[in-house]
Unconditional design. Structure first.
Lengths: 599, 106, 167
């Protein structure tokens, strides 16, 4: 049956069509792209009622005989259905939102083509039934991200950010590839089903399995922007806000978490890998939350928030494989997309102002945006009753139950910081008095932008409950641990209260911590390292070129020829009898050699 | 005392050596040329000796003598041309002293 | 017995006058010594029953080639060679090479298995000229014709080379 093929290929056809034929017709291109996304979403809804399994015959893609053959196949199970719903649902809402946000943009066709390409690639990752196919679409998603981040390429910052994103991802993908190769070499298959059955055999060599799993995890480190490859995500905010919402909040960065959930059996079989993944995840969560408290650009704050939440998810995927990570991914997609789209509405309404200290008092000027943004904030910070509360709780409980006290404490600290910086954002942007002209002119965005906000707001509220999420995922527990719940409520209120106390009525940031504001100076550190490496390589090459290639080889050869000529020159005596003497002498020697000494 | 092949070959070799020493020691180019002819004749003597030695059916092996015939002829032609060259050289350089003709020296 | 004496006599004649060629200052004297040496060689040819070749040796070599040498010596009006200082090393070197050659020759001659034998008998009467002509014009006809062309070429070359000014 062709339904998975339709879901997968419609966005690709839309992207191709727009690129080839309708570049001039901006509105038409936008419509095509939205229609394609709608088709995919409807297809996913229909697919939801299909039984699990892979009913579609795969298309052979690379066939090297018995040694290696890979096909483009489809996995239809609970996990992929859940992820597909998130990807296409949130994607559709963002497509509609973009109709308003990118209304006057000159590169609208290019933008929508990029969005369609992204949808195709992301759906491909979700559907993948083997590592090679996933890797192909992994890279395609990176390409789409590059295209979309660098959308406004006439300014200097976006292309640089796009480069940074792609290169950093590439570093992670290198480890990913090594991991895939290790698994293929040891088990002979790259299919997830095959790997799952081969894991018990692999578990006999724990070191090998740990290394392979950690290398595969490197792909997630790159794609989901974990420490130390997190540096690209804040810079990626140079792209248009809907792109940030779709790609860098809800879906692409979640691909790492999805991949880890796909191969949870590998993680589950290797305690060492679990420790590594958990450690990196929680480090990212805490570090990003700390950095977010000192940022002043509305999108940057949200970007660091995304980093932090991704850290949560990755940590959960490490300490509790096949557990609450997907749950949090599910809820996070909705409220983070909502927050980004809300930020976009604020930016749109204040004539592209992005510094929070130049806004203020917007709650009366943009009421709709304010309310939906509030819902998103409450969901993110874990207000009881909203979706984020349940999913975050699940993770914190898992940390406590898994016997990771350190991670538990850090997770709670992160929740506190999350609450703190989000309410800082809300207070500074929406309360108080308007600080600048732009803020005073703040106006509501058009309906095509506010309706997706409301839909996402509703989703953020209900996504945690069993009647909605339970259709897609296996929820961790029916009733939750009261101890953990009360602790989370406590940190939520503490963070909110502190933020109100510090920031209400201020015009500039009272707390200044340069280490955090400069993001732990990691960007500078990377720059220096790269510059050093390049200089070293350049000087080595220069020395090699100057001394060995030029000196020893080129000049050496020419000198050898010259010296030989110079020495032989002395045989040219110009004297006839000297020649005759040499001739006779040689003759005598030859006779001696041939007749008397040689056999 | 019967004559043997060795005797003729020895005489031929001595003649050759004398000619070669003349080429190396004399300075006048005409004399050198004459010593060169002497060396050719030494070879001729060897050939004729061998021809006489290899008797088939009562006759000497005339192939050796044929070669001598041709050597003499070609040597005559060579002397003619060589002396013409020497004359041209004398007209150009004004000397027949071999040490003065060394413009191919490095 | 007689043959041996004659052989050594003519050999000594030949070698002696050959030495005279090498050591004589006067070029005319050298040339004439060489003529005598060639006559000695012709005698040796005759002793080896090569009558035709002996005749040819005298006619061509002694009679034509050496005369040509004398003509050139007269043409160039060569005086006796002015004695220049002779480097002792050069003399030693030249003599050493020649001596080495003779030495090696003697060593080889000792090894020769057939060297100690005398000459086999040949039938008498030996029609030497007839035999030579027979072989020359049957087996060696082509080289004979070629040598004719060679002599023609040499003649032309000599004429051109001796022109005073080549324009």
């Amino acid at each position: 049956m062709a339904l998975p093929w339709i879901i997968l290929l419609t966005p690709l056809l839309s992207a191709a069509f727009i690129t080839l034929f309708t570049q001039r017709l901006r509105n038409f291109s936008a419509m095509i792209s939205v229609a394609a996304c709608l088709v995919s979403f409807v297809g996913v809804c229909v697919l939801h009622f299909w039984p699990n399994g892979s009913p579609t015959a795969a298309m052979g893609w690379l066939d090297l005989g018995p040694v290696f053959s890979v096909s483009i196949g489809f996995t239809v199970d609970r996990l992929s259905k859940a992820m597909l719903f998130v990807v296409t649902g949130v994607g559709l809402l963002i497509h509609i939102y973009s109709l308003g946000y990118m209304e006057d943009d000159a590169g609208k066709s290019r933008y929508f083509a990029g969005l369609s390409l992204f949808m195709f690639s992301m759906i491909g990752i979700v559907f993948a039934d083997n590592f090679v196919m996933m890797f192909i679409f992994w890279e395609l998603v990176g390409v789409s991200s590059y295209i979309l981040i660098g959308h406004w390429f006439d300014k200097p910052a976006p292309p640089a950010a796009a480069n940074k994103a792609f290169i950093t991802n590439r570093i992670g993908d290198f480890g990913f590839m090594l991991g895939i190769l290790m698994l293929w070499v040891s088990t002979g298959t790259v299919y997830f089903t095959g790997l799952k059955s081969a894991v018990p055999a692999l578990a006999g060599n724990p070191g090998f399995l740990a290394v392979a799993t950690v290398l595969v995890f490197c792909g997630a480190v790159g794609k989901s922007a974990q420490f130390p490859l997190h540096v690209w995500l804040p810079d990626a905010m140079e792209g248009p806000t809907p792109v940030s919402a779709l790609i860098h909040a809800a879906t692409m960065v979640a691909a790492g978490v999805y991949m880890l959930s796909r191969v949870y059996f590998l993680v589950a079989a290797s305690p060492a890998a679990q420790a590594v993944i958990g450690a990196i995840g929680i480090t990212t969560a805490v570090g990003a939350a700390l950095m977010a408290t000192q940022q002043n650009d509305i999108k940057r704050i949200l970007a660091y928030s995304t980093l932090s939440q991704l850290g949560y998810m990755i940590c959960a995927a490490g300490i509790a494989p096949n557990g609450p990570a997907m749950y949090h991914l599910f809820t996070h997609a909705f409220f983070k997309a909502l927050l980004f789209l809300g930020a976009g509405a604020v930016i749109y309404g204040t004539h592209h102002e992005q510094d929070i200290w130049k806004m203020g008092g917007l709650k009366n000027r943009l009421p709709s945006t304010f309310l939906t943004f509030l819902v998103g904030t409450l969901a993110l910070t874990g207000c009881p009753g909203l979706s984020g509360f349940f999913s975050k709780d699940a993770i914190i409980s898992a940390a406590r139950e898994g016997g990771h006290p350190f991670i538990f404490a850090l997770a709670l600290a992160t929740a506190f910081l999350t609450s703190f910086y989000m309410f800082r954002l809300m207070v500074v942007v929406f309360w108080g008095h308007t600080r600048t002209e732009h803020a005073r002119d703040g106006h509501q965005p058009p309906a095509v932008m506010t309706i997706p906000l409301w839909i996402l707001a509703i989703a953020s509220i209900i996504a945690g409950y069993g009647f909605f999420a339970g259709r897609f995922l296996t929820l961790p527990k029916e009733h939750m641990d009261m101890g953990v719940a009360s602790l989370s409520i406590l940190v939520f209120l503490a963070g909110g209260g502190l933020a109100w106390y510090f920031y209400n009525g201020r015009d500039s940031d009272p707390i200044v911590i340069p280490l955090l504001a400069n993001r732990f100076y990691l960007d500078e550190l990377y720059h220096t390292l790269i510059a050093l490496t390049q200089d070293l390589a350049a000087s080595l090459s220069a020395t090699f070129d100057r001394w060995i290639l030029d000196g020893a080889i080129v000049r050496g050869l020419s000198s050898a020829a010259w010296i030989t000529g110079f020495v032989l020159r002395f045989l040219q005596l110009g004297n006839l009898q000297a020649y005759a003497f040499l001739f006779g002498g040689g003759f005598v020697i030859l006779i001696y050699y041939f007749l008397f000494s040689k056999p | 005392m019967e004559l043997t092949l060795d005797d003729y070959l020895l005489v031929s070799g001595l003649l050759f050596a004398i000619g070669f020493a003349g080429v190396l020691l004399r300075r006048n180019i005409i004399i050198i040329f004459m010593c060169l002819e002497m060396m050719l004749n030494a070879a001729n003597l060897s050939l004729v000796a061998f021809s006489r030695f290899n008797v088939q059916a009562g006759l000497p092996n005339y192939n050796g003598q044929m070669l001598v015939f041709f050597i003499i002829t070609v040597a005559a032609a060579e002397v003619a041309v060589g002396l013409a060259v020497i004359v041209a050289l004398y007209r150009a350089r004004g000397t027949t002293h071999v040490e003065d003709i060394s413009s191919l020296k490095f | 017995m007689m043959t041996a004496i004659l052989f050594w006599f003519f050999a000594a004649l030949m070698l002696g006058f050959a030495c005279a060629v090498v050591f004589n200052r006067n070029p005319v004297a050298s040339a004439l010594s060489l003529v005598v040496s060639f006559i000695g060689l012709a005698a040796l040819f005759v002793m080896l029953d090569a009558y035709f070749l002996g005749t040819i040796q005298v006619l061509v070599y002694a009679g034509a080639v050496m005369v040509l040498f004398l003509f050139i010596i007269m043409l160039l009006d060569l005086k006796a060679e002015v004695r220049r200082k002779l480097h002792i090393g050069i003399v030693a070197g030249g003599l050493a090479v020649a001596a080495a050659f003779v030495f090696q020759l003697c060593a080889v001659l000792e090894e020769l298995p057939f060297g100690g034998r005398g000459f086999p008998a040949i039938r008498q009467p030996l029609n030497d000229v007839r035999n030579v002509g027979y072989v020359l014009f049957s087996d060696y006809n082509l080289p004979f014709q070629v040598v004719g062309v060679l002599l023609l070429v040499a003649t032309i070359g000599v004429v051109i080379l001796s022109k005073r000014e080549l324009k």
